[in-house]
Design a protein. Structure first.
Ligand code: GMT
Length: 382
């Protein structure tokens, strides 16, 4: 089935926006018509891509508004775009506030005698942190229950949602994906010398620098690793803990061995330069950065939390340790940097996992059949 789909996500910040954007690009490549509806152009979206349109949500301010009502402006824009382009379905990523806006848009379309089912994809903190917050709990539960389809990015998140919200309807698990043609290993690390001129081993961390990512652990791990192996840490991304992390690097006396690169549009060019990816997060419902690294043949050293064990098999295609156990993470990184045979074996296994379980060719069709199912169910009901 060919769909005309509206996709809404947070365009600038975090993994949910990346998944939504990559999904839209993949769908457009497969012939679907994709309309992104958001307040800014998603960071990884190439606006020139055929069959992709971007519709900006303008949020006007007014002296009465202490907080401009983005959710309402978004609902209005969703309804407008759906009417104008005869959308078949809306797919919103991150429940709050997107599923509430979609629910309103669906009701507005009904006034025009038009149907507009919506699917909500849960990514993690929308359930585990924000959705469980008292002020958002009732509306999040309501909008999930009202969704025509709900997906979660891991078995862990499906179970967490059922636990946090009690019995909800069916939640379909569709795991995150990576394009293994774009994310590729580069065993020669051809461009690494521009970033690490002394030829040290390269550690990388990639995130939105929020407290849940434990970015300070990355610096402490580097400090420990450097006692054994010359290494340089590339910190990719930005967020609230970036400036404190830069300070900590100075305090630890390792600032010349760390480069903070900020937000990067083409991480597929950077990740293959690394020997190891650090993901010391307190919680991850999936851990997209680890998957991207694995596709590039870069073994991740991560934490045994949330949905990460569904992605990384400890000791096979990466390592898993407890959050906060810097010594254990350091030991794993040192072993990967000093034992070339181990690193080569894990690198191959990591790529194999990405290719055989999480590549776009396996996952995008799951979304396509879900769209068909939800749209078909809706047509049968009205
Ligand atoms: O906190 C983040 O990492 C951002 C958040 C998001 O929604 O942008 O990420 C969540 O969604 C990603 C994409 O599906 C997952 O890979 C992350 O594991 C998940 N983060 C958490 O659960 C903390």
């Amino acid at each position: 089935m060919y769909v005309r789909i509206g996709i809404t996500c947070y365009p600038t910040y975090g993994g949910s926006g990346i998944v939504a954007t990559e999904l839209g690009l993949e769908l457009a490549n497969r012939g679907h018509e994709v309309h992104f509806i958001s307040y800014a152009n998603p960071i990884r979206l190439d606006p020139g891509t055929p069959r992709i349109r971007y519709h900006e949500v303008e949020v006007s301010n007014y002296p009465l508004f202490q907080h401009p009502p983005y959710s309402l402006a978004l609902a209005s824009r969703m309804a407008e775009v759906a009417l104008c382009y005869s959308l078949d379905v809306l797919h919103v990523h991150y429940a709050i506030p997107h599923s509430v806006s979609a629910l309103l848009a669906r009701q507005m379309l009904a006034r025009h005698g038009r149907r507009l089912p919506f699917i909500t994809t849960l990514h993690g903190t929308d359930i585990t942190l924000v959705g469980a917050d008292r002020s958002y709990f009732p509306i999040t539960k309501f909008s999930i229950e009202e969704s025509d389809g709900v997906t979660a990015i891991s078995d862990y998140l499906r179970a967490a949602t059922a636990e946090v919200f009690g019995a909800t309807g069916e939640i379909r698990v569709i795991k995150n994906f990576v394009n293994c043609d774009i994310y590729q290993p580069d065993p020669e690390r051809r461009h690494a010398s521009t970033l690490t001129p002394q030829g040290e081993k390269v550690l990388m961390h990639l995130s939105n620098f929020r407290p849940v990512k434990r970015v300070f652990d990355c610096l402490r791990i580097l400090q420990g690793v450097r006692r054994e192996v010359p290494a340089h840490l590339l910190m990719v991304g930005d967020g609230p803990d970036r400036a404190p992390a830069e300070n900590l690097a100075r305090e630890l006396g390792i600032e010349e061995h760390v480069t903070f690169l900020g937000k990067q549009g083409h991480v597929e060019r950077l990740i293959p330069l690394a020997h190891v990816l650090l993901q010391p997060s307190e919680l991850e419902s999936f851990g997209l950065a680890a998957l991207e690294a694995m596709a590039c043949g870069v073994p991740p050293v991560g934490t045994r939390v949330g949905g990460v064990p569904e992605l990384i098999t400890d000791g096979v295609d990466g390592f898993l340790e407890a959050p906060g156990d810097v010594a254990a993470h350091t030991a794993r990184v040192v072993s990967l940097l000093t034992d070339d045979a181990l690193r080569a074996r894990m690198s191959g296994a990591a790529r194999h996992t990405a290719e055989t379980r999480f590549c776009t060719g396996l996952i995008i069709p799951q979304y396509e059949s879900y769209y068909e199912e939800v749209c078909g169910r809706w047509t049968a009901a009205v």
